[in-house]
Write a protein of this length. Structure first.
Length: 144
């Protein structure tokens, strides 16, 4: 089960890193998308894009650090201030909520939703839910 959490967190971190980079680097496709999405809510598209890029970067850091943390969480020499399961649950919950926000933005702020982005967000949500479920089962087993 821990391998599944490792693999899914690693993959989600890698996939979402492309979106964080495109927003923070100001790729044309991202700039145009945020010009479209900022109009209905009347905010500066550059601020909206950079803010979203920072949030997604934080999600990427959470997913990738969870994957790395899982490699060392059973080692006696690894001294952590927060448990692996708590951090992994937090990271997956943060990613899940961020992707729900992305879906809301995709359907409410765009003229036509980009279906590939919808499918990616749904995949991240699905894997995050599975990971949280696995982590909670592991917590219950350890507490009994």
């Amino acid at each position: 089960m821990k391998k599944l959490v490792f693999i899914t967190n690693l993959l989600m971190g890698i996939v979402l890193s492309r979106f964080a980079i495109s927003k923070l680097a100001g790729w044309e496709i991202s700039v145009n998308a945020f010009i479209e999405m900022a109009k209905p809510i009347g905010i500066d598209p550059t601020f909206f894009r950079v803010f979203t890029g920072i949030i997604i970067s934080a999600v990427v850091i959470g997913y990738l650090s969870t994957a790395i943390f899982s490699l060392f969480s059973n080692k006696e020499s690894f001294n952590a201030k927060i448990s692996y399961k708590n951090w992994a649950t937090f990271s997956n919950l943060f990613g899940l909520l961020t992707m729900i926000g992305a879906l809301i933005a995709e359907f409410s702020l765009r003229v036509q939703p980009k279906w590939l982005l919808v499918y990616i967000a749904l995949g991240v949500i699905l894997f995050s839910v599975i990971n949280i479920f696995i982590l909670n089962i592991q917590k219950q087993i350890l507490n009994n």
